[in-house]
Design a protein around this ligand. Structure first.
Ligand SMILES: Nc1ncnc2c1ncn2[C@@H]1O[C@H](COP(=O)(O)OP(=O)(O)O)[C@@H](O)[C@H]1O
Ligand SMILES: [Mg+2]
Length: 389
């Protein structure tokens, strides 16, 4: 058991998807092979405090922070690993807690999935699972993501970007602009979020007004797009670094008018949304959607994993790229791992592969000028571990 790889699993976080992250991380940790990995659970509270040692999962889930301890990871590779913090009269003292060899951020939404945590891990020179800073940030921002898709001639739903400031100062002008572009119904969304939080289907002008104000509570950048008629929700899992693979597609049948927060997380049992794996599509469409998923992944220069989501019009048959999630839901009933299971990679193997990909990418980054690790400390300690998986 001495040669186990020390993997810090980070969960919780400051986004509205905090609870979803806890559920994902529980599944990930349960599926990790204890012969291979020493799991170091790390929790981030809703107000951004880091907790390690003891039971950070319990601390977050039961709101009793005392069962864990304040912790920190420094963006300084010469001071590697996690530190435990203790507040005393002379200020806060940090004591080394444990070395970390790989990080698995299981954080959904802003301040976790958007490149911020990934930035800290880059500074710390730690290998981590999933996309890097740029791909994470691009995938999180629905407006920038669409711009990149358009540049690569990938099919997307048209949109109008609205700054919250414009909506606050001249709502009439914003409405005129939108009505000049799209017929109702339209969808309003905050640019940076997930889990359908802040998203509204607007059947008319009154709905648009409500929708933009709601989206404006979540972001300063908003978007409006025409509703895809009889939208079918098709999703593909992608795995890999420079040579990614696409899973079979799956389909979600939402329990509500669209795949809203309630349809995702509130409705349960017979009333819950259902997953169909593989999606009932023709062979031709199945192939097209898998190819598109890989093109999307490569266009954003993604790494590790992502779930690419599509909207397929049941009325016109037109397929649109909707969005890409770089840290998709990861419970054992979530689409991302389910699709891999159906495509030949069981959940525990998927985790092995993701950790392997994190190490591969980290080793590759060592070839880049300015990132030479000779003589450095910290992450050097796990350089020899490349072949352990
Ligand atoms: N243009 C659209 N036409 C039809 N349905 C849409 C459209 N945009 C979003 N939706 C619905 O809203 C859901 C959430 O939107 P999405 O862009 O995926 O945001 P999130 O990042 O919160 O998942 C989609 O899964 C779909 O059900
Ligand atoms: Mg979505």
């Amino acid at each position: 058991m001495t040669n186990r790889l020390r993997v810090a699993v980070i969960f919780g976080g400051q986004s509205g998807e905090h609870e979803v992250s806890l559920a994902s991380a529980r599944s990930v940790m349960e599926a990790m092979d204890e012969e291979k990995y020493e799991i170091i659970p790390v929790g981030i509270t809703k107000d951004g405090r880091w907790l390690a040692s003891g039971d950070p999962m319990d601390a977050l889930a039961s709101h009793v922070p005392e069962v864990s301890q304040p912790a920190a990871l420094l963006g300084d590779p010469s001071r590697p690993g996690l530190f435990l913090l203790e507040d005393g009269q002379a200020g806060t003292r940090a004591a080394p807690f444990t070395d970390v060899e790989v990080v698995f951020p299981v954080l959904h939404g802003p301040l976790g999935e958007d490149g911020t945590v990934q930035g800290l891990l880059e500074l710390a020179d730690l290998p981590y699972v999933g996309a890097g800073v740029m791909a994470s940030a691009v995938a999180m921002d629905k407006v920038v993501f669409k711009d990149v898709m358009r540049a690569h001639e990938l099919p997307i739903v048209d949109h109008v970007m609205v700054k919250r400031r414009a909506w606050d100062t001249d709502p009439q002008d914003v409405i005129t602009q939108i009505e000049g572009r799209f017929p109702y119904p339209v969808f309003t969304k905050p640019a940076n979020l997930g889990s359908s939080v802040g998203i509204t289907r607007c059947p008319d002008r009154t709905g648009l007004t409500v929708g933009l104000s709601e989206a404006g509570r979540h972001d300063r950048k908003l978007l409006v797009e025409p509703a895809v008629a009889q939208a079918r929700e098709i999703e593909v899992s992608v795995l890999g670094n420079d040579e990614p693979r696409a899973s079979l597609p799956g389909e979600i049948i939402p329990s509500r008018e669209f795949y809203s927060y309630e349809a995702k997380y509130v409705d349960t049992g017979d009333a819950a949304s259902s997953l169909h794996i593989p999606a009932p599509l023709s062979d031709k469409l199945t192939q097209r959607v898998r190819e598109l998923a890989l093109r999307v992944y490569k266009a954003v220069d993604c790494a590790g994993m992502a779930r690419v989501d599509f909207l397929l019009s049941g009325e016109t048959g037109v397929l649109y790229v909707n969005e890409m999630n770089t840290i998709p839901g990861f419970t054992d009933i979530s689409m991302y791992p389910k699709l891999w299971e159906a495509s030949g990679i069981p959940y525990p193997k998927l985790i092995d592969r993701l950790i392997e990909l994190a190490l591969e990418r980290w080793r590759d980054s060592g070839r880049t000028n300015g990132r030479r690790r000779e003589g450095g400390q910290g992450a050097n300690s796990h350089q020899h571990r490349g072949g352990t998986l």
